[in-house]
Design a binder for this molecule. Sequence first.
Ligand code: XMP
Length: 528
Amino acid sequence: MTIPAHGAGRDRPVLVVDFGAQYAQLIARRVREARIYSEIVPHSISAEEIAERSAGAVIFSGGPKSVHVEGSPRIDPRVYGLGIPILGICYGAQLIAAELGGEVSRTGVGEYGRTVMNVRRPSLLFGSDEGDKAAGTSEPAERPVWMSHFDSICSVPEGFAATASTAQAPVAALEHPERRIFGVQFHPEVAHTPGGQAVLERFLYHGAGLAPSWTTESFIDEATATVCAQIGDGRAVCGLSGGVDSAVAAALVHRAVGHQLTCVFVDTGLMRQDEGQQVIDAFRRSQGIELIAVDAADRFFDALVGVTDPEEKRKIIGELFIRIFEETANRVDGAAYLVQGTLYPDVIESGSDSAAKIKSHHNVGGIPEHMDLELVEPLRNLFKDEVRSVGCELGLPDEIVWRQPFPGPGLGVRVIGEVTPDKVALLAQADAIVRAEIAAAGLDREVWQAFAVLADIRTVGVMGDERTYGQLAVIRAVTSEDAMTADWARLPDQLLEKMSSRIINEVAGINRVAYDITSKPPGTIEWE
Ligand code: XMP
């Protein structure tokens, strides 16, 4: 594929117009995978705003409504006159057809899931036979695609060509290459549409004439300059949790302003085995970042004496964490900026109520307002996978870049019942074995989270000739895309056997191991 040299950095974004689709984020990610910067915008955006943003292209997402329903989401129709290339997906394609003079009808027969589509070429989105042959990418005229629609486009607006059809959809794709307006009824963004990414790339590179210039390196350079401009010669603080987001944010800000950044690491005593030391080594030693490490384990254990209720534990741990962070940050003279690892999905979701609730549960406490620090959020335009690439590029170690999600309250919510130093020590050992064996089996990137839980019961066993009465460890391993839903991981028998026997042999006090086979819903990933 030849690609014209016309950049699409942040100054020339591809705007994904959200019509209420579950896939808007996925579309934006796929565009970025094509190395072109994209952002999600609401459908209420005006044509002027789109023009002012110097959009390189606009993509209309799908949506749950019919274009025939009163009040279905629309877009400022002047967008079609801007000369900016447009691709409509599913509902977006129907909207283009309906608004530009084609016909969208209720055939009474929808298509859901895998569907066979016939392509008519030449077509800009599907390529020409000759072009494909020359490039060695010949694609069949008949190809499977992923559909999810009820209405169908029956006729195209004037000047458009229908370039694909299916048994139920006479127009499964349409295009007007001169006006640079395109539509597809199927979902090129989902993994179930083989070759979907190539269709998106043809639109971006050939339809819109954009070049793949959004790279990790270009992001780092741009973000460094932005952070320098924001902080100037001020001082910044950053709370490191050990997780990838705060780690990458800190490394980036350090690259920009060096010793003007001080990181604070509060060791709650509830972290995984060796994790505290790993964080200190990675930041202080390897990155040369100024780091204040506070060993606050005793304060956390004292505060948790006699507490068994999970929400009560979360509250106590969260509040104490903030208090210690604040005490420590106040020791950094003249700190005026607070670095946070906010990501793009947090930014997009912060509008919706349900998302807000999820966050208040997960961001254990917030930084108190009276601290009066200006936020520095260098990752607020990035998806998680991009944050990981930035982390690698900045030289952070794999254990941090690929670290699995870990709850703020740490092992405090994985010791069921009262949290004591002894129980945490037992759990940390069992948990380290689970994670080491998952890694040894090469499954650590396939499994979303794998860990051990220490149950609040004791069971009878026999070891040697001795009767034992010990603790129960539960192994939890799940696969997931986003933690909203999850399935229990089908780990190989031998792996489970190895984890079980190692835990029982190596962790004195645990005499039984169980494997949790509950999905989410109805369960949750954590036990508390
Ligand atoms: P659940 O247990 O709700 O977990 O299925 C979903 C994801 O969120 C993590 N989690 C937390 N993260 N503070 C956090 O920062 C918390 O209190 C918390 N509780 C759960 C959990 O590990 C999983 O990734």
